[in-house]
Design a binder for this molecule. Sequence first.
Ligand code: 5AD
Ligand code: FES
Length: 346
Amino acid sequence: MDTIKLIEKLGQEHILEKEEYIYLITSCQKEETELLFEKARSLRETYYQKEVFSRGLIEFTNYCKNNCLYCGIRSRNTKAERYRLSKEEILSCADEGYQLGFRTFVLQGGEDNFYSTEEIGSLVSEIKKRYSDCAVTLSVGEREHEAYQYWHDCGADRYLLRHETATKEHYEKLHPPALSFEHRIQCLYDLKAIGYQVGAGFMVGSPYQTAEYLANDLLFLKKLMPDMVGIGPFIAQKDSPFAGFPNGTLEQTLLLLAIIRLTLPNVLLPSTTALGTIHPKGRELGILAGANVVMPNLSPVSVRKKYELYDNKICTGEESAQCLGCLSNRMDSIGYQLVSKRGDRV
Ligand code: 5AD
Ligand code: FES
């Protein structure tokens, strides 16, 4: 196989055979990566020009009933200092975010049954009532179909649920037996059927991951056709069972961002905080590899450090306004512009 030819093929057909994806992931060298990034950027600019969309992330609870082996807020992590934001606190984050120019709010939390289906629904309705020009995204894990339907009826527009890995054997190495691969995938299809704009995704360089598993992720994404794909490097969390594993790399994450852009040309693709955590220019490089979204933190500064899914997470000490200003400058520095829009998929 010839890497350049594979890049050309992916650029034209937007899909490769599994073996071809594996080859591309394992043998792409420095110069070829440059070509890949150029193609990814140009495709991204066809749909989204030089605009970068922002999502105001409100991490409203770090309680979680699950025990994912990689995650810092897993229920067995007794060292995590737990917090929950009240409805008023969440709404004031949204108010502040709106003043700052955010037109999408992401309510993210651990799987925490403290908030009832109705309470989450009423938060969604209230934000939609105050700011009808904004999109509301939920990211609260696996729930029953009825809850997803109810929140959609309340006005929720989007839902983020990373699939984490499309390979069952791998899923079972990253999660305890209580979590089921089939259920997770079913949730994604349910969300799509209900009418959400759906975000899937995975970690790059997670323990036991292989190039074949990554190829499975790409083929799964091509089949699911999500509106968004969130990927970032795995970062070991010191109190988790995966504490001793190496982190995912900048290079491999950028490579996958570009491959995802070429596979799903108009997808919404965040340059994640995890990428910014493993490299000081990670988020800028992500944009230059084909990403078009950033997700700054809108949570109160007092709780930011506590929502540490992984070690050394960046942007845990700044005010929301500072975070936004900093990101906006970073995007300017590479010739892109952070815009104040809902940022729907075109
Ligand atoms: N490193 C990187 N990403 C992580 N996530 C959870 N734990 C880690 C970690 N240690 C990601 C998961 C989850 C998302 C909210 O954060 O993919 O879906
Ligand atoms: Fe909370 Fe995985 S630890 S969902």
